[in-house]
Design a protein around this ligand. Structure first.
Ligand SMILES: [Zn+2]
Length: 382
């Protein structure tokens, strides 16, 4: 396949230029200013489009049918331009075999799971996975990680009151120990935490992930005077990944604006896409990227935060997150549209924007498919 005439943005290579991209044998073959068409080669016309490494969404929920959050990955992730997703703890040790066999192995979307330290995973809206101490099980989690070595990419713990009840400290420490024993990153979900954010941040090391980093609830990255907390700054400086994880209750324009003004940028832009936000306010990863363009990040930064940066967080840069020759043949073609748009955060704040990113085509493992924004739910007509 030859993808011709697009503007290639590949921050991992410092590249932003018109390039043709050749795909061969499920890999990126070559990039060039003008590549001749080989015999029998499929040509994709990318003139007027941006061509990026396949977008990586570091936080979604795709354990459809088991987790109450679960969406189907292909119609909501791949079809909206995302080739790789991290499932952030939908499954725990007890439910992981079903997740692997019936979702991960049959999806066209590449799914790289983080295992929930709660052994059930995120099954119930009524009962949090960490409320029952007996489900906070390091041994079971480690057995599951060993049985799925190479597939499970990290350990997840959710520390909101609703999920953790009185067990925040034991859940955090158990997840910390498990991640360390497994030599994997730890992803911590914050927002409405029953313990101070500083107590969580000091547990995070380089490569660990703080998700929902710009939530608008108490114990966020800003202190009571609106200044970036010293402990948050220290965590960012030592290489903790600050992940957006927009979600249904976890992204505030006001917090993001204040953090950006103080030069605390997210490391990765992710959606936390799930059942309760695909019809708004999240819709898809591209819309979350557009929100950051509207907040003032550059196009190259926004692409880096959804390609190179999440690939690094997954220790997969080279295979993913770049269009360097030899990388997996995963690409996203987007159109940067100019017009008048309005975006909304999880606090109900709206923001006007003059541009948005629209996925138009996606290539996964060398196969091209159509892509688009998540369509708003159409109310039934009488
Ligand atoms: Zn989530």
């Amino acid at each position: 396949m030859l993808i011709r005439g697009g503007t290639v943005i590949d921050p991992a290579q410092g590249l932003h230029a018109t390039r043709d991209v050749r795909i061969a044998d499920g890999r990126v073959g070559a990039l060039g200013a003008r590549l001749g068409r080989a015999r029998g080669e499929e040509v994709v016309d990318a003139r007027g489009l941006l061509v990026t490494p396949g977008l990586i969404d570091l936080h979604v929920h795709v354990f459809f049918g088991a987790s109450h959050y679960g969406i189907e990955p292909d119609p909501h992730c791949l079809a909206t331009g995302t080739t790789t997703v991290v499932d952030a703890g939908s499954a725990g040790a007890l439910t992981f075999p079903a997740f692997r066999k019936y979702v991960i192995e049959v999806a066209a979307t590449r799914i790289l799971p983080f295992l929930n330290i709660g052994a059930t995973g995120m099954l119930s809206a009524e009962v949090g996975e960490l409320e029952e101490l007996r489900f906070i099980d390091r041994t079971k989690a480690l057995q599951s990680i060993e049985a799925n070595r190479g597939l499970i990419r990290g350990v997840k713990v959710r520390l909101s009151r609703q999920q953790v009840g009185p067990n925040a400290r034991v859940a955090l420490l158990t997840a910390r120990e498990t991640a360390e024993a497994a030599r994997l990153p730890l992803m911590v979900h914050v927002g409405d935490t029953p313990i101070p954010l500083d107590d969580i941040l000091i547990e995070l090391r380089a490569g660990d992930v703080l998700t929902h980093c710009f939530h608008g609830r108490p114990q966020g990255v800003l202190d009571e005077h609106g200044r970036v907390r010293a402990e948050a700054r220290r965590a960012a400086d030592r290489g903790v990944t600050f992940d957006v994880g927009h979600g249904v209750g976890s992204f505030s324009f006001a917090v993001a604006r204040a953090a950006l003004a103080q030069d605390l940028k997210p490391t990765t832009i992710s959606s936390d896409l799930h059942v309760y936000n695909i019809h708004g306010p999240v819709f898809d990863l591209a819309t979350t990227m557009s929100k950051f363009l509207a907040l003032g990040l550059s196009l190259d930064e926004v692409v880096r935060m959804t390609t190179e940066a999440p690939a690094r967080a997954l220790d997969a840069l080279g295979e993913l997150g770049t269009l360097a020759p030899g990388a997996a043949a995963d690409l996203t073609l987007l159109r940067l549209e100019e017009g008048t748009y309005e975006f909304v955060d999880t606090r109900g704040e709206t923001m006007k924007a003059a541009a948005r990113l629209v996925p138009v085509r996606v290539v996964r493992n060398g196969v091209a498919r159509p892509a688009g924004l998540q369509q708003p739910r159409v109310p039934p007509t009488a």
